[in-house]
Design a protein around this ligand. Structure first.
Ligand SMILES: Cc1cc2nc3c(=O)[nH]c(=O)nc-3n(C[C@H](O)[C@H](O)[C@H](O)COP(=O)(O)OP(=O)(O)OC[C@H]3O[C@@H](n4cnc5c(N)ncnc54)[C@H](O)[C@@H]3O)c2cc1C
Length: 514
């Protein structure tokens, strides 16, 4: 079966594929997006998993695509609306203590002062360093990936040099220890979602780049989207269609077709062939090169390099419908009845806790005491569930890419039990509130989203897989060794997450070469 020839085929209607397609169509190209799933959005979707309950099944927190992309793609302000939580995060500790971070810096400083005389001062200095880092990241966010040498040259002798040095040579944990004396404060601020462990060199770079995005929508606010994460991808799809993009769902691509070393189209499962001047893959690099291409089209060195890319920081996702508000014993009395106080909760009370979770994952075991990031979107958006009910979600870290033993079906009840026993410790009575629950294991996430190993950023954001090395040193500027084949997904510069920047940058690179 043969069909028409397009200027560009985009493999996948994830948010980056949609952004890339829209820019190309706006520049006058005939663009076809082919998506394997029955829905658009990739990992950024809203689903009615239970009647009357709208879940952001995978990604939850929106920090992009920001004003630049939304303005350039003419997305109406009303199409994407977010609520910014305040407090921003609640950290309960096993001894009954807690730490609350607020949108209002004065309140955060007052809270930190409870933990020691120098913690507030440390926070101001830490924020200064992070802001400098974010400025560096903002400078390269919508640009081709820089080399580290280019960055050193650009910022040498400037006020940004210290932050740059820290991003490229130190871990997030080391930098936290520079600024804070109290371990509770350090661990509350530590993050390692994208690299596995906060003492890994490069974890600071990952944290800075991820948070450098300028908020979502025309207003550029970060938070919980009204209508869930699917509202963002719906707005991007609508924008693309206005520029003429055609999007076909339930169109899984089996193979990228190559003739004389150039990508010339795709073959769908079922045999349909669609030809195009260029093929742009929104799928992750491992899926693109290891599954969608004939092995003989790539040099064995390149193939081996792709196979070795790190996708270790696998995630799980837990969802529940609750018939009431969970009660965290560590929450101060005056906030006990305020659902907003627990709209964002992180349970990882010591560095060793992070370490154990990560070590389990490396050993092929789902973390026995997982790092839990909890979400209660109905605290701000009660319309997402029927009256009186709460939607509850958790990122559960980590799920190994390959299990040492057993299958995900045999592990599923055990993982749910680990999650519930932790929740029961911090919020007694939690189990009794559950009306419905579901765990998405890494295998489920991979099946639903197509993301290899449920590595949520497509590739771990380790130092060796960032900047000019994302996804690979010689192939970081959206081009691939095959003429006419491009990448535009989260496995490319600048990072994973819902930012739209890889899709934007890929489109610019393609248009420059047109
Ligand atoms: C559980 C989870 C929680 C997350 N939480 C957050 C969060 O709160 N905030 C945040 O910013 N980010 C979060 N992320 C990360 C973020 O969702 C991803 O980095 C981002 O959505 C990836 O976007 P993308 O467009 O690059 O790729 P994807 O969203 O992965 O889209 C790729 C698309 O390609 C399609 N595809 C793959 N193979 C084929 C094929 N053969 N044929 C046709 N189509 C194909 C897929 O079906 C998919 O639609 C989370 C991710 C997960 C999984």
């Amino acid at each position: 079966m043969l069909s028409e020839r397009w200027d560009a085929i985009v493999i996948g209607a994830g948010h980056n594929g949609l952004v890339c397609a829209a820019y190309l169509a706006k520049a006058g190209m005939q663009v076809l997006v082919l998506e394997r799933s029955h829905r658009i959005g990739g990992a950024s979707i809203t689903e009615e998993l239970v009647p009357g309950c709208q879940f952001s099944t995978f990604a939850y927190n929106a920090n992009g695509p920001g004003p630049k992309i939304c303005r350039e793609l003419e997305i109406p302000a009303a199409a994407i609306e977010v609520v910014s939580p305040n407090p921003t995060m609640f950290f309960p500790f096993p001894d009954g203590d807690h730490l609350l971070l607020w949108a209002d810096e004065k309140k955060t400083l007052a809270e930190l002062s409870r933990f020691g005389p120098r913690e507030a001062e440390g926070y101001i200095a830490y924020q200064r360093l992070m802001q400098a880092g974010k400025q560096i990241a903002k400078d390269f966010f919508y640009q081709p990936p820089p080399t580290t040498q280019q960055l050193y040259d650009r910022y040498e002798g400037t006020e940004f040099a210290v932050a740059l040095e820290a991003m490229l040579t130190r871990s997030h944990w080391e930098v936290l220890c520079d600024h804070f004396e109290n371990d509770k404060v350090r661990v509350a601020l530590a993050r390692a979602d994208d690299v596995g462990y906060p003492t890994t060199v490069g974890s600071l770079l990952a944290e800075v780049v991820e948070s450098a995005n300028d908020g979502v929508g025309v207003q550029g606010l970060a938070g919980i989207p009204r209508g869930g994460m699917g509202s963002i991808t719906a707005a991007l799809a609508a924008a693309g269609r206005r520029f003429g993009v055609e999007i076909r769902t339930e169109s899984p691509i089996e193979q990228i077709l190559v003739e004389h070393g150039s990508a010339v189209g795709v073959r769908l499962v079922g045999g349909e062939i669609v030809r195009a001047a260029r093929v742009i893959s929104n799928a992750d690099p491992k899926r693109t090169f290891l599954k969608l291409l004939d092995r003989n089209e790539l040099s064995s060195t390149f193939h081996a390099q792709v196979a070795q890319l790190k996708t270790l920081a696998g995630n799980m996702k837990y969802h529940a419908v609750l018939k009431g508000l969970p009660r965290f014993t560590a929450l101060p009395d005056h906030l006990a009845d305020d659902p907003r106080a627990i709209a964002g909760v992180r349970i990882a009370p010591q560095l060793e806790y992070f370490e154990r979770a990560w070590r389990d994952c490396l050993a092929g075991i789902p973390s026995r005491e997982p790092v839990l990031s909890l979400q209660l979107p109905t605290a701000y958006l009660p319309e997402l569930a029927p009256p009186g009910k709460h939607l509850f979600g958790a990122w559960v870290r980590y799920g190994p890419q390959e299990l040492q033993e057993g299958t995900w079906e045999t592990w599923r009840p055990q993982v749910i039990e680990s999650i519930l026993s932790i929740l029961e410790t911090y919020a007694p009575g939690f189990r009794d509130l559950i009306e419905w629950q579901r765990l998405y294991t890494p295998a489920d996430i991979q099946k639903e989203t197509g993301i290899t190993g449920a590595s949520i950023r497509h590739l771990d954001m380790t130092l060796d897989q960032m900047l000019h090395q994302r996804p690979l040193p010689a192939w970081s500027a959206y081009q691939t060794p095959l003429e006419g084949l491009w990448l535009c997904g989260s496995g490319t510069h600048p990072c994973g997450s819902v930012t739209g920047a890889p899709g934007h940058n890929a489109a610019q690179a393609i248009l420059q070469k047109r």
